[in-house]
Design a protein around this ligand. Structure first.
Ligand code: NDP
Length: 259
């Protein structure tokens, strides 16, 4: 390994991934393990995490499945406790857990609004704070990578609650970066465009979805999950050692489409 590629390595790091039971989280957990990290995979569907951990072990990596509900402080603390006992202090967090059901603004109920904010914003804050508190207590540096969305920067119809939560994640990323820089903890975000996962499944197979891709995304295609590997490793590893408070769009140019 060259010195330059060594900087992207996660060897010796403990990485905790929230929402690792499917989609982006499961994919980047595999990437972290293949990059040398011991990976703690958290979500509510624990049986899926067991399968993922088995797969990572079969590839020669190390993974630990933990039950995790990011809306529940006790669950978050317990996941970090287990991670710390089994692997040591968590060095890197991928704050990825999220929900994404669309709903027209006029129809969003109090419960829908609260549930969206509770998972997509409060959950990201809770996990980031818990990770940072433990890093500071241990006197260690670290990296927190939040998964925001291009809908945290621009808006889309039917997603008022989601856009608001993700805009909060963008601001939270910057505010935490400011306060934690002096502790050696970097906080950055990725703002993905559209990728096929359980969250987006279905729509992009429809005629309307296919036309939308042609009209709205300058690259005229969806993202491949592997196209998140580089941005994630950059922010998670020492390759991004002078980056904090950044929000990286990974969206095929979607945010810069013409008005
Ligand atoms: P998925 O639906 O495949 O994954 C969402 C993950 O979040 C699941 O593993 C789910 O696990 C977990 N999750 C949901 N609620 C909770 C909770 N309360 N506690 C713990 N885990 C939870 O979707 P994606 O992979 O697409 O989404 C991942 C992230 O990427 C989300 O934050 C999403 O907003 C963001 N994103 C996705 C885009 C896309 O095009 N796919 C675009 C932009 C952003 P479980 O149900 O087992 O708990």
């Amino acid at each position: 390994m060259t010195e330059r590629s060594q900087r992207f390595s996660l060897a010796g790091k403990v990485v905790l991934v929230t929402g690792a039971s499917s989609g982006i989280g499961a994919h980047l957990a595999r990437v972290a393990a293949a990059s040398g990290a011991r990976v703690v995979v958290g979500a509510r569907r624990i049986e899926r995490l067991g399968q993922l951990a088995d797969e990572i072990h079969a590839q020669g990596g190390e993974a630990l499945p933990v039950a995790l509900d990011v809306t529940d402080r006790a669950s978050v603390e317990a996941a970090f406790d287990t991670a710390q006992t089994c692997f040591g202090v968590v060095d890197v967090v991928l704050n990825n857990a999220g929900i994404g059901n669309g709903q027209r603004a006029l129809e969003v109920s109090e419960d829908d609004w609260r549930s969206m904010l509770a998972t997509n914003l409060d959950g990201v804050w809770r996990v980031a704070q818990c990770a940072a508190q433990r890093l500071v207590a241990a006197g260690r540096p670290g990296s927190i990578v939040n998964i925001a969305s291009m809908l945290g920067i621009r808006v889309g119809a039917g997603y008022s609650h989601y856009c608001t939560a993700k805009a909060g994640v963008v601001q939270l990323t910057k505010a935490l970066a400011l306060e934690l820089a002096r502790r050696g903890i970097r906080v950055n975000a990725i703002a993905p465009g559209y990728f096929i996962t359980e969250m987006t499944d279905g729509y992009f197979d429809s005629e309307h979805g296919r036309q939308y891709i042609q009209d709205a995304i300058p690259m005229r295609r969806l993202g491949e999950l592997s196209e998140l590997d580089g941005p994630f490793l950059l922010l998670a590893s020492d390759a991004g050692s002078f980056m904090t408070g950044s929000v990286l769009a990974v969206d095929g140019g979607h945010l810069v489409n013409g008005l």
